[in-house]
Design a protein around this ligand. Structure first.
Ligand code: ADP
Ligand code: MG
Length: 472
């Protein structure tokens, strides 16, 4: 406990010094809500939401971070950048928007705003179905979304959309709300994230305002709940949500949800919720294939009123495959680079602009994907994977993550150890060996605990499920 509080103080201090060094304004844009510092014995980890932001911060603020850390800790420490899946959250969207706006202004010598970077007054639900590029990876989800828009009550309830980070789930959900409001303005429509639902429920409980809470969430024609995996492990909130769902369902109204995993893959979700969720329509969004990636890039370039040659579009689409967010980040970087050098965009320039970006994409993206999938599956957090906690579930999750990292990335044992909470390479070797033994032992299932009960499953099945949910 004592250690943790000093650590938090240390981080607060580093942030304070950093803000002085880079200036409040820039601190607010680049650090306040979009990075998370973690101080370990001999290095400081800077968690960033995606490679693009990470790259920008590394290129522009490495020195300031280094000197802030040294000033506070009184010793030189190494700085490591890592993708932090939790920073992907929808609550960060505003922040990312202001970064995009900042970049657009910086990139454009005249400081003119482009139409896709509206300032300030954008509504909460800014994503529209009209701007959603449809391809085979998301066709089914898109059609289901359209059905919800077309009919006040579809023949399936709920609609459950799942898929990896940055594949367009939030876009579809917000698009549905916007389209429904436009088409049937009288519709009562509630849009919230799993986190908001949880927080509001807890607050309502505390303040004795459950009635108002239930009025808001149950008396609605359309309830859209994003990132429902946030409910994992929260027993009382799940119970409340089950009643919310039943009330809406009984009234023949519609529920739409999104999550980064299939209902069965969200660890620590009560069986009754899981069976409710899969009783409707469950659709998966896959990472976009090449054609769709190109189409998305062309659309974005059009919105920015930039002339991006086909070979540049194809180059970006060919090298950034994991998700749309990265794709957009790369395009933004090329556009910014061209504006700064006051030249047109060509392949040569795009290669140069994305050199670091592309070289570093592989291990980092995959490792964070692995950690995200494993954490969601076992109902823990990536921080637990990095911790030294030794409970059965966390140890198992950590070993599985290390095994998958070894199998699916080109990282060495020491590298994996370093990234997963500064563990010794021997720990990683042992973990991999442990999983291999489990795989050879065909009899015994692996067992882990969740607040909603004990789970057991064949290790082959666990790995299979995880591998299919990691975007590879
Ligand atoms: P998720 O909620 O699945 O993590 P988002 O919906 O936030 O992903 O999408 C990330 C970014 O990619 C958003 O800016 C979104 O507009 C964009 N995007 C994702 N899929 C598409 C698509 N098919 N067409 C156009 N833009 C997309
Ligand atoms: Mg989302």
């Amino acid at each position: 406990m004592a250690v943790r509080s000093t650590n938090a103080e240390l981080i607060d201090k580093i942030n304070e010094v950093l803000a002085q060094k880079v200036g409040q304004q820039r601190y607010k844009i680049w650090f306040k809500n979009s990075t998370r510092l973690m101080v370990e014995d001999n290095y400081v980890k800077v968690g960033v939401p995606n490679l693009f932001i990470g790259g920008w911060i590394e290129n522009h603020f490495s020195d300031q971070i280094g000197s802030a850390v040294t000033e506070v800790t009184q010793r030189p420490v190494k700085i490591i950048f890592t993708i932090d899946p939790e920073l992907f959250g929808s609550q960060r969207r505003r922040q990312l928007d202001s970064q995009a706006e900042f970049l657009a202004k910086t990139a454009d010598p005249n400081g003119r705003r482009r139409q896709n970077f509206p300032a300030g007054r954008e509504t909460r639900l800014r994503l529209k179905l009209q701007n959603f590029v449809v391809g085979s990876s998301n066709q089914l989800a898109y059609s289901a979304a359209q059905t919800v828009v077309a009919e006040p009550r579809t023949h399936f309830n709920p609609l459950f959309i799942h898929g990896g980070c940055g594949l367009g789930k939030t876009h579809l959900l917000q698009g549905i709300c916007n389209a429904v409001i436009q088409k049937r303005p009288e519709t009562r429509c509630v849009y919230a994230s799993g986190e908001e639902f949880t927080n509001q429920f807890v607050l309502a409980l505390k303040m004795g305002k459950l009635d108002a809470f239930r009025q808001r969430f149950r008396h609605t024609d359309l309830l859209v709940l994003d990132d429902v995996h946030f409910l994992a492990g929260k027993k009382a909130t799940q119970e409340e949500f089950l009643h919310t769902f039943n009330a809406i369902d009984t009234a023949s109204k519609q529920v739409v949800m999104a999550s980064d995993a299939h209902p069965k893959m969200i660890g620590q979700l009560s069986d009754s919720l899981v069976s409710r969720f899969i009783s409707g329509m469950v659709v998966k969004i896959d990472p976009p294939e090449f054609e769709t990636r190109c189409a998305i890039l062309r659309q974005r370039a059009g919105e920015m009123q930039k002339n991006v040659p086909a070979d540049v579009i194809e180059y970006i689409a060919d090298h950034l495959r994991a998700n749309v967010r990265e794709l957009e980040g790369a395009l933004l970087k090329v556009v910014a680079y061209a504006s700064l050098s006051r030249s047109g965009i060509d392949l040569e320039m795009a290669r140069e602009a994305l050199e670091d970006h592309i070289a570093r994409t592989d291990p980092i993206v995959h490792l964070s994907d692995i950690e995200a999938a494993v954490s969601t599956f076992f109902g823990i957090t990536p921080a637990d994977v990095h911790s030294s906690k030794k409970t059965r579930t966390i140890s198992l999750a950590r070993s599985v993550a290390m095994y998958l990292a070894r199998k699916h990335t080109s990282m060495s044992f020491p590298e994996i150890g370093r990234f997963m909470g500064n563990k010794n390479h021997a720990t990683v070797i042992l973990a991999c060996r442990k999983i291999k033994h489990l795989l050879e032992d065909k009899e015994t299932p692996v067992v882990w605990e969740t607040p909603v009960g004990r789970r057991e499953m064949d290790i082959n099945l666990v790995l299979g499920k995880l591998e299919s949910s990691i975007n590879r």
